[in-house]
Design a protein around this ligand. Structure first.
Ligand code: ZN
Length: 170
């Protein structure tokens, strides 16, 4: 029979295990042209977070003013919330998209960022030698793509060369 303290303490412990890896990525500044990808491998879960100014996702950053812009917002919402064509990994890793955390940013007069998060469950995480950030193909006017990688064995920050999508996870 667990004591009252244990019952309270267990959920806190679970949170404490999850939060430091996310916090370790830090908070990135909003700079047009600069996007950040946070990649974490924990056990058989690969998580990917994209942090991109709206202007690099939509091509604009204010409230949509016409049908073309409204259509662009809807199509980005559909893409990011479905999680297709976001990232690729070696087939042998056997990863499937498990969950998506996506909230469309509020577009108004100020700056806005897209911050979708994806979790993939992988049958064979040992085969996770790289991840390809396919989302970059759809982002616009990206001048700098920074990638933070955290796994049980390493923590690294890379800047992708222009046109390059692949990030080593080894
Ligand atoms: Zn902005």
């Amino acid at each position: 029979m667990p004591s009252r303290f244990q019952r309270v303490a267990l959920p806190c412990l679970a949170l404490a295990l999850v939060i430091p890896s996310v916090e370790a990525f830090g908070k990135d500044k909003h700079v047009h042209g600069a996007v950040t990808f946070n990649v974490a491998v924990e056990g058989n879960v690969l998580s990917l977070e994209i942090d991109a100014p709206a202007i690099n996702v939509l091509g604009f950053e204010k409230s949509p003013r016409n049908d073309d812009e409204r259509q662009a917002v809807a199509s980005v919402d559909a893409w990011l919330s479905a999680g297709r064509d976001i990232a690729g990994v070696p087939r042998a890793a056997g990863c499937r998209l498990q969950s998506v955390s996506y909230e469309a940013p509020k577009l108004g007069r100020g700056h806005a960022d897209y911050r979708p998060r994806y979790a993939f469950r992988c049958d064979n995480p040992a085969a996770l030698e790289w991840v390809e950030l396919w989302a970059l193909r759809r982002l616009k006017d990206v001048e700098k793509a920074e990638v933070n990688v955290i796994s049980a064995t390493m923590q690294r920050q890379d800047t992708l060369a222009p046109g390059s999508l692949r990030v080593s996870l080894k």
